[in-house]
Write a protein that binds this ligand. Sequence first.
Ligand code: NAD
Length: 494
Amino acid sequence: MDQNSIDALRAQPIAPFGHLIDGKVVSASDGATMDVISPLNGAVLTTVARGTAQDMDAAITSARAAFGDGRWAGQAPAARKKVLHKWADLIEAHALELAVLGVRDNGTEISMAMKAEPGSAAATIRYYAEALDKVYGEIAPTQGDVLGLIHREPVGVVGAIVPWNFPLMIGAWKLGPALAMGNSVVVKPAETASLSLMRMAELALEAGLPPGVLNAVTGEGAVVGEAMGLSMDVDVLVFTGSGGTGRRLLEYAARSNLKRVYLELGGKSPNVVFADAPNLDEAAKVAAAGIFRNAGQVCVAGSRLLVEAAIHDDFVAAVIRATEAMRVGDPLDLQTNIGAVNSEAQLTQNLGFVDTARAEGGEVVTGGTRILQETGGNFMAPTIVTGVTPEATLAQKEVFGPILGVSPFETDDDAVRIANSTVYGLAGAVWTANLSRAHRMVRDIRTGVMHVNTYGGADGTVPLGGVGQSGNGHDKSLHALDKYINLKTAWIKL
Ligand code: NAD
């Protein structure tokens, strides 16, 4: 990856994208399109199809037909594995193209996108390609002349709804295991980050995935997403996004066919730093990166920094230094550490959180403003607010932006109480050299993922999922396969 190749790709025009239905690129049923606005400079990059409910129904019908005739599920596991590996090969071969396309669309800094997007997507698809012929049924420990078999079957049609922060990585977390288990899939990317996921879906066809097994429909969540949620023919719905949309999906399921709904939602993750942390300078740098990379648009971002009172001022000063050393700007510049905020609306919302934090007594000790306005893009200075009480809006509500709230604590119990004082439970971290304290914190802080003396970076071998209002499902690892499988019992009298 070098700057010249990135600049050459960024200069290329982007052809309009249609849906991918039944192996063909098609327009919306009424021909409507949506402009794709670049967060880098506010320019219109291209268009995508503005999907209708009929488009979504056509994609689901195609997926059902593909599942029904066994063109994918009926293939030998080794054959399916080969196709998925070929898909991963193509993603790797097109990695820079995919990464630059995605960054032009969603604003993530390229240094992060390259690794987290095509790199991670290809690795995820390979992981599940390798897993697919290691999933066995079971024989139950029955007594007498009876045989109890437990089969693992694909569920049928999977609907996947993906957010804009990491479309390829999160897309692959769902498509990889769903396809590996033999299902057909309809995926809906987010309005403000469709392009790279649509391109990755095209590559799946090129790799030999039969038409109709993977369909992709662009458009507004409230239209095509709702049609997917209300469909009578989607068996499982997997979702990553906000809690508000997650609630709607549960309602859609209740109003339609009671499809299984798995939600990976937001967080307000506590990063707890004790005075006995092994290396406070390192902790400060990682704390800054753990909230500010991708402009804070990371579900597991450590957005609440809880610092032992004895080191509060020194540690905050170190985090401010680390933050101010991070370079905000052109996401396609390899030297950039913090890219663009995804949309104008998101930036406005972020600035509103800063105003509220001030009004509630917080002190903005760095950042707090929109910057680089001359670019026409959506850039915000990484922002740190101290004096955030556990009840404050900034401590309670997910911002999903580059804003870190800092609160002091006195004792271990205090730290746990504050850490657990939100409705969320996605991720967290503890920094300490005391092994017992580390294990107690891992045990007592209510989250799906805990880090010790680090933040982020958990690879595909471990599950990611939340507790509380952070969700009810897991992506990554072999555990994710369960979402895409039905257990069927065969009770056989011998
Ligand atoms: P969002 O809920 O606004 O949108 C997510 C997706 O849902 C988009 O594709 C959108 O088009 C679709 N959608 C919107 N309204 C819909 C409706 N009525 N019916 C069906 N679909 C609809 O979320 P977002 O702003 O794109 O993503 C940010 C959120 O995602 C944050 O809360 C973040 O924490 C969360 N997130 C969670 C994880 C995780 O693994 N837990 C990972 C990344 C992001």
